[in-house]
Design a protein around this ligand. Structure first.
Ligand code: IVH
Length: 675
């Protein structure tokens, strides 16, 4: 398609596509109400990509194809704010609020002053700059006068329009528009991100605000792109070419240009209105999908802002009214260790029950060993506990001033509290139980063992696994092979027919291949790619079980973490026994080392350019070949993928010219199943 267009036609089509994509992006990410399918959206984006690949001169910085892809930076440059980004004064109660309202009325010389009342979002303040409707710059608040330039990072937020929406009843784009708001993380996204990080052995974020700030202030925008950030806009800085007479105008005009504005704001006519808003938001706070730490009242008439003016760090035309903190101090009675579904053994604080924001808290997480050490929390300590939205309560810190000397440092257990197997540490801040049969993990283990790309036992889903474990029918993986039709037919929602099918499926799954079996064991860091590599290099189950760390390290695609994990896993006597028991039940691990995917890359040709950070060229090439693909040296129209590392050569230009798909290292790792 793209190559059939001449330059002028291509330019016109690219503009039209950008306009459409921009609009659908807004429908999807801001309004949460798409009007086309994902498939149609992808088709538009792909068409635009093709045009831009064929005519690189048509690429523009505000093109939706340019959200991710900027190179990592050495540091975040600083940028001055044209108008200082001030902070807010706080009122603590109705009296102080009343005083503020009176001051405003006096300055106005009249009683009927109107206000807006808005949530106070708990995130990171940013400024976005648009020139003639095109996004050109984003900066953090910094010290209020100078911020950090986070332009490439903010560009990755799908909610941020790269160009103002036209039509949509919106006024024409002003010559200059500075909009201000808060980057935040939704509670659900925060919990999910922390869970992922926990599973990968990465440090967790203490709260959504830290997660948002840490994710935005990254040197590599690709990291920001991988984090679920959201944004609300609530203020403007310098504007040239448009007038906002009131704050209400700001809050109603920004959405028409495509900006996300929180719909929880209200106009208020009196002190009573403001207090009623505060009361209603205190209630609603619990059920909002993001954190707010109070409300903000602003004088509606922006001409009055000028009259009221500013103190050094805060304006007189706005105040914050905070909610009571969701923190309390209490005694830490004990530290117990809890085993999660993935085998992480985490410290949990047992507290003297304490009421925090209407909820009684008696347990709080201490996350991991590093956190425990950093906070130096001891049994018997007075501690500060925090509840953040729906998130599990956390111990913020110990209060060493209140120690009596009776306090006791916690000892990480050397055995799993759920099964008694030795705990291991694999070079990260987590303690793990690696026992395949650990009762705390067995459900997840069975689900994974039965999954399609592992042993592929159809019909053994989550609900059935739960029943089998609850009824004590399966305590260890080998027990699966003792299940009979009669027992299964007696379970909820199982008839004779489905029971027979399942038994047949289990029987059928006994014949398997080495990569599948290794993958099915659910060894930490052993995904399909690694399982394939192990099988290919070592050939037999026996060899894998007895390989030394040094030996494993010589295998392409296997680094120290994986080697350590595999060794520790088979070092555990219980796991060796489980494997032997599985074989004794009739599981046949065929010497066939055919990759799990059966050569997903058959017929695909790869070219590498530039150096990769996590793999050598040989290792990367090996991964392609294991999956049935080919590696060649030069780019031609027959090339399917060009993998682009650091400092790529002319091959990249050629790939772009020919419109060949390029992959960065992360995309490549994902494609071959390493990540
Ligand atoms: S207006 C000069 N509106 O609170 C006033 N700020 O403590 C400009 N904040 O740095 C800010 N929600 O990060 C405004 N609805 C809201 C807000 C809000 C949160 C933050 C903002 C500011 C801080 C001041």
């Amino acid at each position: 398609m793209a190559h059939q267009l001449n330059l002028d036609q291509a330019r016109e089509r690219a503009e039209e596509l950008r306009r459409q994509i921009n609009y659908h992006n807004y429908r999807y990410y801001v309004l949460d109400s798409p009007v086309i399918s994902d498939f149609e959206y992808d088709a538009l984006l792909n068409e635009l990509r093709e045009i831009e690949a064929a005519y690189p001169e048509l690429q523009t910085p505000d093109s939706p194809t340019q959200r991710v892809g900027a190179a990592p930076r050495e540091e975040l440059p600083t940028v001055p704010h044209r108008v200082a980004m001030l902070s807010l004064d706080t009122v603590l109660n109705a009296d102080e609020l009343g005083n503020w309202v009176r001051t405003v009325q006096q300055a106005a010389g009249r009683e009927n002053v109107t206000f807006t009342a808005e949530p106070k979002f708990d995130g990171l303040a940013v400024e976005l700059v648009y020139e003639s409707g095109v996004f050109v710059m984003a900066a953090t608040r910094g010290d209020g006068y100078t911020g950090e330039d986070v332009t490439p990072n903010v560009k990755t937020l799908r909610q941020v329009p790269l160009r103002l929406i036209e039509g949509n009843d919106a006024p024409p784009a002003p010559a200059l528009l500075e909009v201000r708001g808060e980057v935040y993380m939704r509670l659900e996204d925060f919990t999910k991100l922390n869970r992922q990080r926990e599973e990968r052995g990465e440090p967790v974020f203490a709260n959504p605000r830290n997660a948002a700030a840490g994710s935005l202030r990254q040197l590599d925008p690709r990291v920001t792109a991988s984090r679920p950030l959201s944004i609300f806009l609530y203020d403007v800085g310098v504007v040239e070419g448009y007038e906002f007479p009131t704050q209400t105008d700001v809050l109603t005009t920004l959405p028409r240009w495509g900006f996300p504005v929180c719909d929880q704001w209200q106009q208020a006519e009196s002190l009573e209105d403001l207090l009623a808003y505060y009361a209603s938001m205190s209630e609603r706070r619990q059920s909002l999908p993001y954190e707010i730490d109070g409300v903000v009242y602003k004088v509606n008439d922006r001409a009055l802002h000028e009259v009221l003016g500013e103190r050094t760090r805060s304006p007189r035309w706005a105040v914050a009214h905070k909610f009571p903190p969701r923190q309390q101090t209490t005694r830490l009675r004990d530290i117990v260790w809890s085993v999660g579904r993935t085998g992480l053994v985490t410290p949990v604080a047992v507290l003297e029950p304490v009421n925090i924001g209407g909820v009684t808290v008696s347990r709080a997480t201490l996350h991991n060993l590093d956190e425990l050490e950093r906070k130096d929390v001891r049994v018997g300590d007075w501690v500060l506990v925090q509840r953040a939205g729906d998130v599990i309560p956390q111990v913020v810190m110990a209060i060493p001033e209140r120690r009596t000397g009776e306090e006791r440092r916690p000892e990480p257990p050397d055995r799993c509290p759920a099964c008694g197997a030795p705990t291991v540490r694999l070079g990260d801040p987590y303690l793990r139980c690696m026992n395949l049969d650990c009762p705390a993990q067995i459900r997840g283990r069975i689900e994974h063992y039965a999954s399609r790309r592992a042993m592929d036992i159809e019909g053994l889903g989550e609900k059935l696994v739960a029943q089998l474990v609850e009824k004590g029918l399966v305590r260890r993986l080998p027990d699966l092979y003792d299940l009979d039709v009669e027992t299964l037919a007696g379970l909820d929602r199982m008839g004779h027919k489905s029971a027979t099918n399942l038994v047949n499926q289990i029987e059928r799954s006994k014949r398997t291949t080495l990569p599948r079996f290794l993958y099915a064991l659910g060894i930490l860091h052993v995904g399909e790619g690694v399982a394939n590599a192990l099988a290919e290099a070592l050939g037999t189950l026996d060899a894998v079980m007895n390989a030394s760390e040094e030996q494993l390290l010589t295998i392409p695609g296997i680094g120290p973490e994986i080697a350590r994990s595999v060794c520790e896993f088979f070092h555990e006597e219980r796991n060796r026994q489980t494997v032997l028991d599985l074989l004794a039940k009739g599981v046949k691990v065929e010497a066939d080392t055919a990759a799990i995917g059966g050569g997903e890359l058959v017929g695909k040709t790869f070219v590498f350019t530039g150096s990769l950070a996590t793999l050598t060229r040989d290792e990367a090439g090996e991964l392609v070949k294991q999956r049935g693909g080919r590696v060649t040296d030069s780019v031609s129209s027959k090339t399917d993928y060009v993998v682009v590392g650091e400092a790529p050569g002319s091959k990249l230009e050629k790939a772009r010219r020919l419109g060949i798909t390029t992959l960065d290292e992360f995309e490549f790792r994902r494609l071959v199943g390493l990540d």
